[in-house]
Design a protein around this ligand. Structure first.
Ligand code: KG4
Ligand code: ZN
Length: 346
């Protein structure tokens, strides 16, 4: 079965073809980062308009590189939510129009389920059950995953998501958008002893997170800095602050993963979402895995951030469980807010 995946929930347009026999056939991505950069964040209306411009050429690209003809597509999976309403509407309308034109069934996919299952696209995929840490720009959740559609939420952020904390702290340090990769690179040159920032909720017995206080701590350091203003802080001290921030967030994320594994008795940890690309987080989790004897799995770097491959794959997994999940019903709707625990398949 060949599934076309369409992702357009935020600022990346992603198209991909996944074959349940042969694996991922091709995928193509267009990132709008450069366009949003000058505004310091995603501008929803610009995002929607750009998805319209990019989707069809990307579709042609995945067809050309895979050699698949349009009529060989068996089903079309598109991101139905959560995400920006206008951006989601573009992908949904393109997927449904294509389904109608080709007489193929369509299926709305949950964006976070795409992230959650993306490590299964790797050459050495994890087996179920596992603990998943989902760390993206909009979400931070710890989940127990027993199979496709079998997700139990263990804990989540009470305020900012991890990616949001990275982006906001990077902005306070005068770095561009998205700030995650930039603050991470800068932190590599920082002195770990220069700024010890708070580790919010690290020792609470639950699996929840809170990152807005950490961002405020960065703000306070910058405000009270003797250089008076971010523009006057020297590069080395900016790197020291970045290091203080990254060390704090990585330590909290690692500690909560370790305690979720201990609590459930599971030995496999899967990391998904954009922050999963973070080098310091990976180093810390790898060290914990070696010490505490568990396995840790990551998506391929290109599948950490938003992409069409994870949507095609999640759609294909759903259809293998229930072929009737895709329908020739093209009256689409989007779900900008959509709790993942509503997804249970029985
Ligand atoms: O999963 P994603 O592409 O989009 C959402 O669904 O939100 O995640 C984007 C987030 C952004 O906040 C970005 O700054 C963060 O992932 N990110 C990183 C890194 N690469 C992306 N954060 C820290 N280190 C990175 N290397
Ligand atoms: Zn995402």
């Amino acid at each position: 079965m060949i599934v076309l995946g369409v992702e357009s929930s935020c600022d990346e347009t992603g198209l991909a073809l996944y074959d349940t026999d042969r694996g991922l056939l091709s995928h193509a991505l267009y990132s709008q980062v450069a366009m949003h950069e000058e505004y310091g964040g995603v501008v929803p209306e610009l995002a929607s308009r750009d998805h319209i411009r990019r989707a069809i050429p990307l579709l042609q690209q995945v067809l050309d590189t895979s050699g698949v003809a349009k009529h060989d597509i068996d089903a079309i999976a598109y991101t139905q939510g959560p995400g920006l309403a206008g951006a989601l509407l573009v992908g949904s309308s393109i997927a449904c129009s294509l389904g109608l034109a080709l007489d193929k069934p369509v299926l709305g996919v949950h964006h976070l389920e795409g992230h959650l299952l993306s490590p299964l696209l790797a050459s050495k995929p994890p087996e179920f059950p596992f603990i998943a840490l989902l760390v993206s720009g909009g979400h931070t959740q710890l989940m127990r995953v027993d199979g496709v559609g079998q997700y139990t939420l263990l804990g989540e952020t009470l305020d900012d998501a991890a990616g949001e904390a990275f982006d906001k702290s990077a902005k306070l340090l005068g770095l561009g958008y998205p700030g995650g990769p930039a603050i991470s690179r800068l932190a590599d040159f920082g002195d770990p002893l220069a700024y010890k920032l708070p580790r919010p909720m690290m020792h609470t017995k639950d699996f929840n997170f809170s990152f807005s206080g950490l961002k405020t701590a960065v703000l306070t350091v910058v405000k009270n800095h003797p250089a008076q203003g971010i523009a006057n802080i020297c590069e080395q001290d900016k790197a020291n602050i970045a290091r203080g921030f990254v060390d704090a967030i990585v330590e909290v994320l690692t500690a909560k993963c370790v305690s979720a594994l201990k609590h459930t008795g599971l030995k496999r940890l899967v990391i998904a979402g954009g922050v999963g690309a973070n080098a310091q987080l990976r180093a810390s989790l790898n060290a914990a895995a070696a010490k505490k004897r568990f396995q840790v799995f990551y998506p391929e770097l290109e599948f950490c951030t938003d992409n069409g491959a994870m949507i095609a794959f999640a759609g294909a997994m759903r259809l293998q469980i229930n072929p009737a999940a895709a329908k020739k019903d093209y009256s689409f709707n989007v779900r900008p807010r959509w709790p993942l625990d509503e997804l249970r398949v029985v």
